[in-house]
Ligand binder design. Structure first.
Ligand SMILES: [Zn+2]
Length: 856
């Protein structure tokens, strides 16, 4: 009896655990548990995919996929769970050797139970989903990252189930097709051409790709390497002007990477496809990289920055062939690793070919403001974040992955040295080639090669959010430095140590002394500074390598507020700007004195990168930290100043920067009239030609400032637009600029319907005008409903939409009332989804700080 009871209890527990486990396996999306279950039970995976693609858009794409796999012997209660994010009616049949196989459809999974261990070939016939096939009139292409493959085709959609793909496409005879593998044969019959591609090497589902349609192609051979470029450009001159450079850049990147990694290009062929209006700059499908056409086909008027951008993009995607494609992250929680390595390699490949560009300053200004923008907030997230389900992969993306991770990677290289890093990466690629690896796998390799404790380095820099607070402590005796300490502390009181290399600069009237230091303790003494004369200022981070909240001592602060613009090196000035901006946000420097410094510096600054950054700070201070009355007071002088700088600027890009700042800052009647004259084309600006887009944005800015004429300005601008797509966009945004509050309220209310949010960029633009600082008082009642909608926004929108929705809503506000609305929302939702709450804290940081500063 006793035994029986125990057995019964055990059985009950077992069956309970099983249902629980099953329910997780069958969750919508791909849960971590499902991924784990499949990767431990399935092996030797191959897909035969046959798709019939008709030319007519209204005819569905039919597909048959044969799944070849081995189901492991040791699987109790074995089942095969295929992902297919389509309605049940799209699954036409499931069979094995011609015999139907029973299956269930649960939460967008095809579940086959009662299957025996061993080798299988299971055939699924279906109607393909189209949302990730980007189907157009005469071409289509796949974009499956991160979990979008299963929105089109049935498969096991997770990065660590690499498979070989054999693809067959039936397409119209005047189309062409390109895929990961080389073309094996093309057979034509009647109106259909059948393209059969050779089987690929093992790759992840998000990298499986093809494009088909009307494409031109150019083929070349460089030193035994064959490459084909597919494109749809009709301007033959443009193709001729760009093609050779594009091939060369790919060729050079391939050579460089083979040399650096010690591994030959790992896939069978190397082609790329230029897609008009592609969603990203590029996507690294092995053998068939997809690019946005305009990123590679540059206009003859392209700037140095655009040329560098193109070279970096090509190097980035090519680097992915090794970093991401050959060795792939095990799960999307480590997606940042492939991105950071691709960028890191791209900088090494492309930068030396542009010696006229100040790469250190460019890196600083492209990465630090964005990374600090998150790390200074209470919602800061670590670089590596847990991911429970692939369908949440989108929430991982943001400035910490794109801006902070590259900074940290440079820190790592400085810490262990270039050679050790290269050696470790080679070992990593060799060990995990055609398979998957985690960040911790790489750190384990590097840790063995280096005397540094990289595990604890990684746990602070990669797995923890935030940044250290770093200050100097100076002791003076007999007019000389007795002791200079560099001290770090943890604002979150977790006693974390951010081990890093820094260069501290001591500034003297005619010279600078740079002292490198390894800050691996809470406090480190700079021996080299001992007995040196007392400097005018100390900058604790001066070479663009350090990372933290650097607080200046009062003397250095006062000196830089007077003299920043006289520092000789552009990089030092750039760093000083970042440091002083933090000083404003942490209320050590008043917005008014920062604003004064910005104006004074713009008068003499010659470096374009710094000018752009100062203009950003200037307009941010103007709108966020000055009150409306203060703005009215400074506007006349600011407008004249920007106008003069605009006219005197030596380059078009600078003219554009000054014009945009002018357009956004204008407040006086005279300035508004001048902007109106430019918009109605009765006045021109020397050296600038405006596009329709420019006139549209001028019309919007004018409508905000001149309520009487707003209606007429907007109507006139709408009439000027001839392209129907752009007309629709304008008409969508128009009510957000209406002088009539009722009309704006109605528009805002309409955004509660998901259908009215389908054009996300339009929604964001409209929202930012609704919440413009000039309308902040009238739009404050939109804040709460905007926050109430956020969870739904995340469910229905693109991955970047929630954060951008918050930005477009909150960025225009500065009042304590606005801040308290956000705070009240947070207080009332103590159990709000964690990551979404962090997004609110990140986006509201500027508002919270502004409200405090304004109140003083
Ligand atoms: Zn990338």
């Amino acid at each position: 009896m006793y035994r029986l009871l125990l057995t019964l209890i055990a059985l009950a527990i077992a069956s309970c655990a099983q249902t629980e486990n099953k329910s997780v396996l069958y969750d919508q999306g791909v849960s971590w548990d499902l991924a784990e279950y499949r990767s431990s039970t399935l092996s030797d995976l191959a897909y035969d995919i046959h798709l019939q693609i008709p030319s007519r858009l209204d005819v569905a794409i039919q597909g048959v996929t044969t799944f070849h796999f081995t189901l492991s012997e040791s699987t109790p209660d074995p089942q095969v769970i295929i992902d297919f994010n389509q309605p049940a009616s799209s699954v036409l049949s499931v069979s094995k050797e011609g015999q139907p196989v029973p299956f269930e459809l649960i939460n967008n999974h095809i579940v086959i139970t009662g299957i025996q261990p061993g080798r299988h070939a299971i055939e699924v016939a279906y109607i393909a989903g189209e949302s990730s096939l980007n189907r157009n009139d005469d071409y289509l292409y796949t974009l499956f990252v991160p979990d979008r493959a299963s929105f089109a085709l049935p498969l096991f959609d997770q990065p660590n189930l690499k498979a070989r793909y054999r693809l067959t496409l039936d397409i119209p005879t005047d189309w062409t097709a390109v895929a990961n593998g080389p073309l094996e044969e093309r057979i034509e019959s009647d109106e259909t051409a059948t393209y059969s591609f050779k089987e690929t090497a093992p790759i992840s589902t998000y990298l499986f790709s093809f494009a088909a349609g009307i494409f031109q192609s150019e083929t070349t051979e460089r030193n035994g390497r064959h490459m084909t470029m597919y494109h749809r450009e009709t301007d033959a001159e443009k193709v001729a002007r760009n093609a050779d450079v594009i091939f060369n850049l790919h060729y050079e990147a391939l050579e460089w990477l083979e040399d650096y990694t010690g591994i030959d290009y790992p896939f069978d062929k190397f082609d790329f496809v230029l897609i008009p209006s592609f969603q990203y700059g590029g996507m690294e499908h092995p053998g068939a990289i997809l690019y946005r056409a305009s990123s590679l086909f540059l206009e003859s008027s392209a700037t140095q920055n655009q040329y560098l951008g193109r070279a970096s993009l090509i190097a980035h995607e090519t680097a992915h062939m090794w970093f991401g494609d050959l060795v792939t992250m095990n799960w999307f929680d480590d997606v940042w690793t492939k991105e950071v390595f691709a960028n890191f390699m791209a900088a090494k490949i492309a930068n030396p070919t542009f010696p006229d560009i100040n790469h250190e300053l460019r890196f600083l200004l492209r990465h630090y403001p964005g990374a600090y923008g998150i790390d200074r907030t209470l919602g800061a997230n670590p670089i590596q974040q847990p991911l429970e389900n692939l369908q949440m992969a989108g929430t991982l993306y943001g400035p910490i992955i794109y801006q902070k991770a590259p900074i940290v990677m440079r820190q790592l290289e400085f810490l262990i040295g270039e050679e050790t890093l290269q050696k470790g990466l080679q070992q990593y690629l060799n060990e995990y080639g055609f398979a998957n690896a985690t960040w911790d796998n790489l750190i384990a390799i590097l840790d063995d090669l280096s005397p540094e404790d990289l595990k604890s380095w990684s746990s602070t820099w990669i797995k923890e959010p935030g940044r250290p607070h770093i200050q100097t402590q100076l002791t003076i005796e007999d007019d000389a430095i007795e002791q200079l300490l560099l001290v770090q502390s943890d604002a979150w009181d977790k006693k974390r140590i951010w081990n890093q290399q820094l260069t501290v600069t001591l500034g003297y009237p005619d010279s600078m002394q740079h002292i490198p230091v390894q800050l691996d303790d809470p406090s480190v003494e700079l021996e080299q500074a001992k007995r040196q004369p007392v400097p005018d200022f100390i900058l604790p981070h001066s070479k663009g390598i350090g990372y933290g909240l650097f607080t200046l001592d009062p003397k250095s602060r006062a000196y830089l507020l007077e003299n920043l613009h006289n520092l000789p090196a552009p990089l030092t000035r750039g760093i000083a700007w970042l440091t002083l901006w933090d000083e404003v946000l942490y209320q050590h420097v008043s917005p008014a004195s920062f604003y004064e410094l910005a104006l004074r510096s713009l008068a003499t600054e010659t470096d374009e990168l710094n000018i752009q950054r100062i203009l950003n700070y200037l307009t941010a201070t103007y709108w966020r930290f000055l009150t409306h009355n203060e703005r009215i007071q400074v506007a006349p002088e600011l407008e004249v100043f920007l106008w003069e700088k605009l006219n005197a600027a030596p380059s078009t890009s600078l003219k554009v920067a000054f014009f945009n700042a002018y357009k956004e800052a204008v407040l006086t009647t005279q300035g508004t009239e001048q902007l109106h004259a430019i918009w109605n084309k009765s006045q021109s600006v020397d050296g600038l030609t405006f596009s329709e887009r420019d006139f549209t944005s001028m019309a919007f800015e004018l409508a905000l400032r001149n309520e009487e004429a707003a209606g007429e300005i907007l109507e006139t601008q709408l009439e000027r637009i001839s392209n129907p797509d752009r007309q629709t966009r304008f008409a969508f945004i128009q009510p957000a600029l209406s002088p009539d509050q009722g009309e704006r309220d109605t528009f805002f209310a309409s955004l509660k319907e998901v259908d009215n949010r389908s054009h996300e960029p339009w929604v964001l633009e409209a929202l930012s005008y609704l919440n413009h600082p000039l309308r902040a008082e009238q739009s404050i009642h939109y804040l709460r409903p905007s926050l109430d909608l956020l969870e739904e926004i995340q469910r229905s929108g693109d991955i970047f939409f929630p954060q951008r929705w918050l930005g477009a809503t909150l960025d225009g506000h500065q009042s304590p009332e606005a801040a308290s609305i956000v705070q009240a929302f947070l207080d009332e939702h103590p159990n709000y989804p964690y990551r979404l709450k962090n997004k609110i804290l990140q986006s509201a940081d500027g508002l919270f700080r502004a409200a405090e500063i304004i109140q003083q």
